[in-house]
Design a protein around this ligand. Sequence first.
Ligand SMILES: [Zn+2]
Length: 255
Amino acid sequence: MPPSIVLAFAVAGLLVGSFLNVCIYRLPLRESIVWPASRCTACQRHLAWFENLPVLSWTALRGRCRTCGASISPIYPIVELTTAFVFVGGVSVYGPSALLAVRLAFACALVVLFAIDLRHRILPNIITLPGIAAGFGASWFLPPGWISSLVGIAGGGGILYAIAELYYRVRGREGLGMGDVKMLAMIGAFLGWPLMVLTLVLASFAGSIVGVALIASGRGGMQAALPFGTFLALGSLVAAVAGDPILAWYLAFYR
Ligand SMILES: [Zn+2]
């Protein structure tokens, strides 16, 4: 990969990450993501262009607003750096292709869902439902193909819906939300059913480890519901990049 391409994708990732921050902040508040321009969330002052540069501004301002001194969450530079990393990783895995464009859009949706679920414990329909449609639409022309995508949507949504129903009947309260159901359907739409199943396994495994660690450290019992969407996001990123080798390795045990 030529360094100029890596650099171009890193810069594009930082800029897109900056836009994803706007989505992460405004979508849960049901605000427009295109208007008005960025403001300090504490003093409402409009930000100058040099206060809006990805990562650089946050670092130069040491995470504080220039006028009111309110601290600015490190989530912002973290999201920008993560998106830059995803863009560079994406182009090195998929190369410049139509599939790269689709997978980057998918990854951007995951970054937004991850951060919103972590902060607000919701997975907005405005991302998951168009995501299902976009993933299914793209699968007519690109991997995983429309059949695998359709089975991924129905299977992913169906499995989590069944688990959510069962959990509710047994425990008498909601363990998984419909947001998780729609998010796994979206992952199935983009990645197809085998990688959707792998995502569910990885997310459940990671969720159990973190859950046990929290219980062991006394920082949360079984009642402290962890946002499952964050684990689905991480699991599907791993599945999108390394899923096929992982599945091949696993299936080799049964040959
Ligand atoms: Zn301020």
